[in-house]
Ligand binder design. Structure first.
Ligand SMILES: Nc1nc2c(c(=O)[nH]1)N[C@H]1C(S)=C(S)[C@@H](COP(=O)(O)O)O[C@H]1N2
Ligand SMILES: [Mo]
Length: 170
């Protein structure tokens, strides 16, 4: 009886220690080394062009299939990020900047300024506003970004994006 009680107590306390696995966000903030902090929510959608995104197989670091993202639509992240006015003395120095995308569970990934604005990859980094026939706000993760041209697509598939911080390399 006592043992059962201890086991039950252990099971009930697990959620307190687990990372917030299935968190979601209604909006994300663009901040850091910029003149104008920007908040993007589902109502911001009207200000951007929405395009179709090809189907993507989400793979882990070993290239194994984790899930499938189909029937997606989205907004190019560079259309959004170009509205952030970076604190810089000359355009040449923009090459020193990088963007940290952070999710609600603390998961973080990086893009460089050049990757977004000066390579083909920048044409394939999306805020996913529709997936598998559901609108973004009805998705489990709500705010979601994807880079379909990555080799291992899971790494930069950000579920529950909460902020983008613009930093300058030290
Ligand atoms: N918020 C958040 N997003 C995340 C992760 C995470 O830990 N937290 N893990 C990434 C990794 S490493 C992989 S492989 C994929 C897995 O995607 P899936 O949930 O569709 O299987 O999610 C990515 N997105
Ligand atoms: Mo992964």
């Amino acid at each position: 009886m006592k043992r059962t009680a201890i086991i039950l107590l252990m099971i009930c306390t697990i959620p307190c220690f687990a990372q917030e696995k299935n968190c979601s966000t209604e909006q994300f903030i663009i901040k850091g080394a910029i003149k104008n902090e920007i908040t993007i929510s589902f109502s911001s959608l009207d200000s951007f062009t929405v395009t179709e995104i090809p189907d993507v197989i989400i793979t882990n670091h070993l290239g194994e299939k984790r899930s499938e993202a189909k029937k997606m639509k989205g907004v190019l992240m560079k259309d959004i990020l170009q509205k952030a006015l970076i604190n810089v003395e000359s355009p040449k120095q923009l090459s020193e900047f990088y963007f940290v995308f952070q999710a609600c569970d603390g998961y973080k990934i990086v893009y460089s300024w050049n990757e977004i604005f000066n390579t083909e990859t920048g044409n394939h980094i999306f805020w996913v506003t529709e997936k598998n026939g559901s609108r973004g706000k009805d998705l489990k993760e709500k705010m979601l970004t994807i880079t379909p041209t990555d080799f291992k697509t899971g790494r930069r598939y950000i579920k529950g994006l909460s902020s983008i911080t613009i930093n300058r390399v030290q």
